[in-house]
Design a protein around this ligand. Sequence first.
Ligand code: GCO
Ligand code: MG
Length: 403
Amino acid sequence: MPKIVAARVIVTSPGRNFVTLKIECDDGTTGVGDATLNGRELAVASYLADHVVPCLIGRDAHRIEDIWQYLYKGAYWRRGPVTMTAIAAVDVALWDIKGKIAGLPVYQLLGGAAREGCMVYCHANGTSIEDTIAVALAERDKGYKAIRLQCGVPGLSSTYGVAKPGQRYEPADANLPTEAMWSTEKYLRVVPELFAAARDALGWDVHLLHDVHHRLTPIEAGRLGRDLEPYRPYWIEDPTPAENQDGFALIRRHTTTPIAVGEVFNSIWDCKTLIETQSIDYIRATVVHAGGLTHLRRVAALADLYQVRTGCHGATDLSPVTMAAALHFGLSVPNFGVQEHMPHTEETDAVFPHGYSFADGMMHPGDAPGLGVDIDEELAAGYEYRRAYLPVNRLEDGTLFNW
Ligand code: GCO
Ligand code: MG
């Protein structure tokens, strides 16, 4: 048996913060898992280093399910983003180790390729509709078959999903949270105009997506979904906060626009009602925040019973280790829908050398044994952690609102 002899938590900031767990076995085999929880990184680093790593030493790295159950049930305190991100890091590192020992890419261990590649969607954003469409046209020329559209809202100085001029979109951009302003009325006017302009410019052969980022009430979301129906969006994402899951049934009563949700979910219990009541079409829970490959495959299996497809979160705050894991997952599950793809910076890519690739709108994890991704610890050591928060959002009268 490959015995776990060491596990290190590596915090690095090549342009943004990432937490990585590296597990080492007595035969020299190593595996990596992403443990990044945007804006709360050190909480997971401590959970791992102080509470999980001591329990791993001496265990058989092949017993992935047993270790998963040990960390989940054995902690007594179940679920929650910090716990489930820490468990995910261990789980993914163990799959990496198992693949390396077997001499097979992880997707082969998960049942093999169920398709040729994973369709990915990219981001097109701009302060105006025109700028957003120009970016979307350029992204389509790169081969993307699915594009997420976000534009500035006239009357609001900034909004979710729109980069500052000349920069890439990076939400966790400040030492203390910056404050943005929100108006649902102004927002609801601009999105249908954006989609109308996009269909005029891009035609009908590309999937168009949009992220509402938890900002509407269910009835407002129903209205947006209905207003967008003529433009046939692939989905609207996070139309309303998902704590009250009954709200999604209300959205369903008013629109046939497909609904995606789940990037902040961390277990199958967050997904269960929404899936079983067929209130959603795509589940966006991710490998890193929902307990790793072992648990996300369980979510996918439940979703498959109800024809709900996957659409995993893949923003730049999820490291290349998660991207690799997501592609092994996406290639192998029967009910894959689409995978989010926000390319990382060159600095990040250099710290995490990887074998996954993009061609013709699809991504493939590559065929190296294991995940096909690693962390260059020497390079990582040169990038010191710096605190970085997501913004907060207020209504125009100052009321704190959903970011
Ligand atoms: C997305 C997400 C991100 C999140 C970010 C938070 O759909 O990609 O909504 O933009 O805001 O990952 O850390
Ligand atoms: Mg989102």
